[in-house]
Design a protein around this ligand. Structure first.
Ligand SMILES: [Fe+2]
Length: 256
């Protein structure tokens, strides 16, 4: 690069930087102006989408602290969600307006925001589009019902059995393992309600929408390509050994 070109390059880079910095400042100023400055926020402050994301990305950084207080984090996210009127947000309204029940007997989902530290998703269910028991390995989940209602049940693993068996399905072999689950939550979440799970409290859950239901969820950290959720078959016919809130369950892991 000759001197002239180098100088031009530096000049353009500096100009580019200033432009980006100015834009970032104005985005941040917009978010703050619309929602009051960080320091002045209180629980009644209404947030817009930009302010919500800005605050959430700050909070989500706490996951890198050792130890990470997930209970406190999920409570803070719950509070943020309660300060948002999601159906009025343009990006979410657009997704809601475009809703089509493409998958019979299964929910529809849309990504609203994704970064490694956290993701925000919209779930839309027809009545009865049940999500069976599954876990969220090493993640927290905060679910906000924005319309409709659902039955949410959450569980902890009470006891892991050493018993297992193999089953074959096509080319794959699965190892089926047994465990005992303890139901720790069984609640109807109505419009405006928020449900929580952390890596070690209520991490396994099932969801049954009682009517057409829309839900905004925050998962922390975000799903990665190697996130391997387990799906559980839970015997809900009766309590395990007659002990209240305990259920026998099986889940399978791919062996090879
Ligand atoms: Fe889930």
């Amino acid at each position: 690069m000759d001197d002239y070109k180098r100088r031009e390059f530096i000049k353009l880079s500096a100009l580019g930087f200033v432009t980006i910095a100015t834009q970032l400042n104005s985005i941040s100023a917009y978010a703050q102006k619309a929602n009051a400055h960080f320091g002045k926020w209180n629980e009644d402050t209404k947030l817009n989408w930009d302010a919500f994301l800005e605050r959430l990305s700050q909070l989500a950084k706490t996951q890198h602290e050792v130890p990470w207080d997930q209970k406190q984090y999920t409570d803070q996210v719950r509070q943020l969600l309660l300060q948002c009127n999601f159906p009025a947000f343009e990006n979410i309204k657009k997704e809601m307006d475009a809703y089509e029940n493409k998958r019979p007997n299964w929910f529809e989902s849309a990504s609203l925001h994704y970064e490694m530290d956290f993701q925000v998703s919209l779930f839309q269910f027809e009545k009865g589009e049940y999500i069976p028991h599954h876990d969220h390995p090493n993640m927290t989940g905060v679910l906000n019902v924005v319309s409709g209602s659902l039955l949410a049940k959450n569980y902890n693993v009470e006891e892991q059995s050493s018993e297992s068996r193999e089953i074959k399905s096509g080319e794959k072999t699965f190892e089926v393992k047994k465990c005992i689950l303890r139901e720790v939550e069984n609640e109807i979440l109505k419009t405006g309600d928020v449900g929580l799970l952390t890596a070690d409290e209520g991490n396994i859950h099932s969801i049954m929408p009682n009517e057409f239901t829309q839900m905004v969820d925050v998962f922390t950290p975000a799903y990665q390509y190697n996130t391997n959720a387990n799906w559980y078959k839970v015997n809900e016919d009766g309590f395990y050994q007659g002990k209240e809130h305990l259920y026998e369950a099986e889940y399978s892991i791919t062996r090879f």
